[in-house]
Design a protein around this ligand. Structure first.
Ligand code: GLC
Ligand code: CA
Length: 518
């Protein structure tokens, strides 16, 4: 694969705890992932991005990192991680891991040292009194007091103390961590909370210092070649966002405007145009993201009256027409895959999983839930372990039992709905009309005909999005209420059946022009 493989890649997000459990303790792990690598190969992805796999007390699903140079024992060992990287590479799949530079864990060596010795506190934000009245992004105060009376800052949970990026140790440490994993063959990093590192009296979002950090990281990545830095940058201001993607900074960043966008033609067209206008002048490829481990699953979201996503208002429990949501999620998947740049698939999207909204309160683990006093249900509903096979929970999430002891395997760490029996990978594999096969076909065609490049809008009704790509393939999405005409040519894939040659509402079709070979 070329050095710029990431420009048009299809990247599959693995939330390791919920992907596949190799040892039967109810928690996904590296053994489980390794046993399912051919599934990802058959799905047709170019790269895997894994959420944090480091040793962690799991106060925030692994985003509280105790040691950046090892693997969480529940997930496996460093040797297994290396074997996994080698096996993925063998299948021509790149490996991207998460790095969490804004904060650490209260169980990290540095934080323990800081607690034991006041002179070792400058790598974090310790103060005699809180400097401000900031609130934690998960709810509650952003400052916590330690036994000797000082306070430390944590933008997220109290178990996640923020680093002080004015301290040179922190810079050195992270450059070294990047090298540690690049040396082990990792192809890139997804940078958690990438815009939040610096703090000042004015706030913490998008302060200028971050750009020097990423310029330095880019130099490190460039020493290795073919590696990618991907920013988690939630910034509404496109000009500020684009600064992260200057040629000597990050390679790409998640398109959260697209993810948050309602299923409405004018809004979608505006987001696509704005995305292209932001990226094209700086030569950075856009990314197209519908979902991840922090947001409501698209099938549920698109079936609601309000189809937008907002962190503050998750609309948990709002009535959802799941059939409508499913149809739209299929149409959205083909739209996202057809747009120029790279595309992300969050595990379970390819199975059409809905958000699990009826988890019992006592099983919820997201700190958002507890810290909001239960008013925000949090993100557990999009993190329920995947259904692989069989007629009932655990749906093949754990290993196939070979002994009686194994048959007593622990239940998945979050309960799966009974109704998922229709959504297992096994049930969908043989059904040509399934979501899984839509993703497989879409990703296969995308490999040859789509990905990096440019887009040209075709004339269409206002509630239809129609464009062609460099290969000549046209993508048409009907967001209106009546069937829409398709351009002449051969329909190579559609998210639902056509209606006498026309495209029904909430459907996307890919059309190759007459006479083309592909
Ligand atoms: C990012 C992650 C999220 C995590 C937070 C704190 O937003 O995606 O899951 O809770 O950062 O690390
Ligand atoms: Ca396990």
């Amino acid at each position: 694969m070329s050095q710029t493989w990431w420009r048009g890649a299809a990247i599959y997000q693995v939330y390791l705890r919920s992907f596949a459990d190799g040892n039967g303790d109810g928690i996904g792990d590296l053994a489980g992932l390794r046993s399912r690598l051919t599934y990802l190969k058959d799905l047709g992805v170019d790269a895997i991005w894994l959420n944090p796999w480091y040793p962690s007390p799991m106060a925030d699903g692994g985003y509280d990192v105790a040691d950046y140079r090892d693997i969480e024992p529940v997930f496996g060992t460093l040797e297994e991680a290396e074997a996994f990287i080698a096996e993925a590479h063998e299948l021509d799949i790149k490996v991207i891991i998460d790095v969490v530079p804004n904060h650490s864990s209260t169980e990290s060596a540095w934080f323990k040292e800081a607690l034991a010795d006041r002179r070792a506190r400058d790598r974090f934000w310790f103060r005699d009194e809180p400097d401000n009245d900031w609130r934690s992004i998960f709810g509650g105060p952003a400052w916590t007091q330690v036994a000797d009376g000082q306070w430390y800052l944590h933008l997220f949970a109290p178990e996640q103390p923020d680093f002080n990026w004015d301290n040179p140790d922190v810079h050195r440490e992270f450059e070294d961590v990047l090298r540690f994993w690049f040396d082990r063959g990792v192809d890139g990093f997804r940078i958690d909370s990438a815009a939040l590192l610096f703090k000042s009296a004015d706030g913490y979002e998008d302060l200028d210092g971050v750009h020097d950090v990423y310029r330095r990281w880019r130099e490190v990545a460039d020493e290795y070649g073919g590696r990618v830095l991907i920013g988690e940058v939630w910034l509404p201001d496109q000009e500020r966002f684009a600064r992260y993607l200057r040629p000597d900074e990050l390679h790409t960043a998640f398109n959260f405007d697209f993810l948050s966008c309602p299923w409405e033609p004018a809004a979608l067209r505006r987001v696509i145009d704005l995305t292209l206008a932001t990226h094209t002048p700086i030569g950075a490829p856009p990314t197209w993201v519908l979902s991840n481990h922090d947001v409501t699953r698209p099938v549920t979201r698109y079936g609601r009256a309000d189809t937008a996503f907002e962190h503050g208002g998750r609309l948990h429990g709002a009535p959802s027409d799941l059939e409508l949501g499913y149809r739209r999620a299929r149409a959205a998947a083909l739209l996202a895959m057809a747009l120029p740049g790279s595309v992300y698939v969050y595990q379970g999207e390819e199975l059409g999983l809905p958000e699990v909204e009826d988890l019992p309160d006592e099983v919820r683990q997201d700190p958002m839930y507890a810290r909001s006093g239960g008013t925000n249900p949090g993100r557990d509903g999009c993190r329920v372990p995947l259904p692989w096979s069989g007629d009932g929970p655990p749906f093949g999430f754990g290993p196939v039992p070979r002994t009686d002891a194994e048959a007593g395997a622990a239940a998945p760490w979050l309960p799966q709905p009974e109704s998922w029996r229709k959504l297992t990978a096994e049930a969908q594999a043989g059904d040509l009309g399934s979501m899984l096969n839509l993703y497989r076909s879409g990703l296969a065609l995308r490999r040859d005909l789509l990905g990096d490049g440019t887009l040209t809008w075709l004339p269409s009704a206002a509630d239809v999005l129609a464009f062609t790509r460099d290969s000549g393939l046209a993508c048409v999405t009907n967001l209106g209420r009546t069937p829409a005409p398709l351009p002449p040519g051969r329909v190579v894939l559609s998210s639902g059946p056509l209606d006498e040659g026309e495209l029904p509402p909430d459907t996307t079709a890919w059309v190759l022009p007459p006479g083309s070979e592909a």
